[in-house]
Ligand binder design. Structure first.
Ligand SMILES: NC(=O)c1ccc[n+]([C@@H]2O[C@H](COP(=O)([O-])OP(=O)(O)OC[C@H]3O[C@@H](n4cnc5c(N)ncnc54)[C@H](OP(=O)(O)O)[C@@H]3O)[C@@H](O)[C@H]2O)c1
Length: 354
C-alpha cells in the first residue's frame, strides 16, 4: 500500500498565505477533518476510479472539516468570530433533489479541499455545529452523516424525517463510516439493524452500539440467506448497498417486498463479475417490487435537519482513530488499507484559538 501511494500522488505539506475574506466570505481555522473513502481513492487510483473526473494540480484533499470562524466579510450576518462551522460536500446543493451541475463544485475533488490549516468559505457553504459534539465527532457529518441520513430519508420530505422507519429492518454492509452512521441513526429512528462485516471483533463492537443482528460476510458468503433467516423470510426493508459489483445481486435476493436498496458505494468494485449468470435486474425489481435509488450525498438543509435530529437524540458518531495534521499521510493510508477502521478516521489539524 505504501508503495502504491508513493507511485501515485504523494500527499505533501505546502505553505500558503492566509487570505482575507471578501464581503460574503468567512475565514475559518480548520480544527478537525474527517477522511472518506474517496480521499484515499483520489490519491491512490484517480484514473481508475474517477475516469471522467479531472483534479486540480496539487489538490488538497478532504471535504469534511469543522473549524473556528476567525473573521467574517463585511456583509456576513449569520456567523461571527469563534463560531464553529462545518463544510459541505457539494456546497451548491442547498436544497431539493441533486442536479448534475452541483457536482462541479466539491472541496477536495473539483476544488481545493479542507485538509489545510485555514480556508475561506462563502457564508452559504457552511453550517453551524451543535455544541454537544466534539470537533472530531462533528467532522463526520457532512459526508458519512448526510449520506446515511439521505439513505434513510430519501422518500421523506424535509422537516418530517424518519416516517415509516419505526420497526423496519435496515441492513448495512461493512463497518465503515457510512454503515456505522447508518447503524446509529437507524437505532435512533427505532429500526432493527443488521450489520455485516469481515471481522467478528468489529461485529462485537456493532452489537455494543445496538446492532440487533450481525453476519460475518467472509465466513458466511451466503449472507443474503442469513438475512432472510433473521427476518423470517421477509428480507430487509432498507439496504445500504455499499459493496457494488459483488454485493448488489445478493442485496436483490434479500430485500423485502416493496423495500428500498440505497445505492451508495462500490467497495467490492464497479464492474459486474464476468461470469454473472443472474436474472435480469428488471425482472428482479418487478418480482420483489423494490426501489433502487442512487444516493449522492445530500443537500445542506438535510444536513441541518440531521444535526437537529442527532442533537435531540444525543447521537455521538464513532470516531475510530484520530491522527495529527503531521500524520495526515498515515491517516489516509490507514483508511485506504481498510480492514482496521470501524466508523470514522479523523485528522486533528489544530486546537481552537482562544
Ligand atoms: N453516495 C455517496 O454520497 C457516498 C458517500 C460516502 C461514501 N460513499 C461510498 O460508500 C462506500 C463506503 O464508504 P465509507 O466512507 O463508509 O468507507 P470506509 O469507511 O472506508 O469503509 C470501509 C469498510 O467497508 C467494508 N467493506 C469493504 N468491502 C466490502 C464488501 N465487499 N462487502 C461489505 N462491506 C465491505 C469493510 O468493512 P469490514 O471491515 O467491517 O468488513 C471496510 O472496513 C464507498 O464506496 C464510498 O465511495 C458514497
Amino acid at each position: 500500500m505504501a508503495d502504491q501511494l508513493r507511485r501515485h500522488r504523494q500527499p505533501q505539506v505546502t505553505t500558503f498565505t492566509v487570505a482575507t475574506p471578501s464581503p460574503t466570505q468567512i475565514l475559518v481555522k480548520i480544527l478537525a477533518v474527517a477522511l472518506n473513502y474517496k480521499d484515499g481513492e483520489i490519491i491512490q487510483a484517480p484514473m481508475k476510479h474517477h475516469k471522467t473526473a479531472t483534479f486540480p494540480s496539487n489538490l488538497v484533499i478532504g471535504s469534511d472539516a469543522v473549524g473556528q470562524v476567525i473573521s467574517v466579510g463585511s456583509s456576513v450576518t449569520q456567523f461571527k468570530p469563534n463560531d464553529r462551522v462545518l463544510s459541505l460536500c457539494f456546497p451548491l446543493h442547498q436544497t431539493g433533489p441533486a442536479k448534475a451541475a452541483y457536482l462541479a463544485d466539491s472541496p477536495g475533488m473539483t476544488d481545493q479541499g479542507v485538509l489545510t490549516e485555514y480556508k475561506l468559505f462563502e457564508d452559504w457553504a457552511v453550517v453551524g455545529v451543535p455544541d454537544y459534539l466534539t470537533d472530531e465527532e462533528a467532522a463526520t457529518f457532512p459526508i458519512a452523516g448526510t449520506t446515511a441520513w439521505m439513505s434513510l430519508n430519501y422518500f421523506n420530505p424535509i422537516g418530517v424525517p424518519n416516517i415509516g422507519l419505526q420497526g423496519k429492518t435496515l441492513l448495512v454492509q461493512g463497518t465503515g463510516g457510512v454503515s456505522i452512521m447508518g447503524l446509529q441513526l437507524g437505532k435512533a429512528s427505532g429500526m432493527k439493524v443488521i450489520v455485516t462485516s469481515s471481522s467478528d471483533s468489529k461485529l462485537e463492537r456493532a452489537t455494543a452500539l445496538g446492532a440487533d443482528y450481525t453476519i460475518n460476510y467472509r465466513t458466511h458468503p451466503d449472507w443474503d440467506q442469513k438475512v432472510l433467516e433473521l427476518t423470517d423470510g421477509k428480507g430487509a426493508d432498507l439496504i445500504f448497498e455499499n459493496g457494488g459489483a459483488y454485493t448488489t445481486s445478493q442485496s436483490m435476493d434479500c430485500i423485502a417486498f416493496g423495500g428500498t436498496i440505497a445505492s451508495i458505494g462500490y467497495l467490492s468494485g464497479k464492474t459486474d463479475p464476468p461470469d454473472a449468470n443472474r436474472t435480469n435486474i428488471n425482472v428482479r425489481a418487478l418480482a420483489r417490487n423494490f426501489v433502487l435509488v442512487g444516493i449522492l450525498n445530500g443537500p445542506k438543509d438535510r444536513l441541518q435537519e440531521l444535526l437537529r435530529f442527532v442533537e435531540q437524540h444525543q447521537v455521538r458518531p464513532v470516531v475510530d482513530k484520530v491522527f495529527s495534521f503531521e500524520e495526515g499521510q498515515e491517516a489516509v493510508r490507514y483508511l485506504w488499507e481498510g480492514g482496521s477502521s470501524f466508523g470514522k478516521v479523523v485528522v486533528r489539524v489544530a486546537s481552537a484559538s482562544s
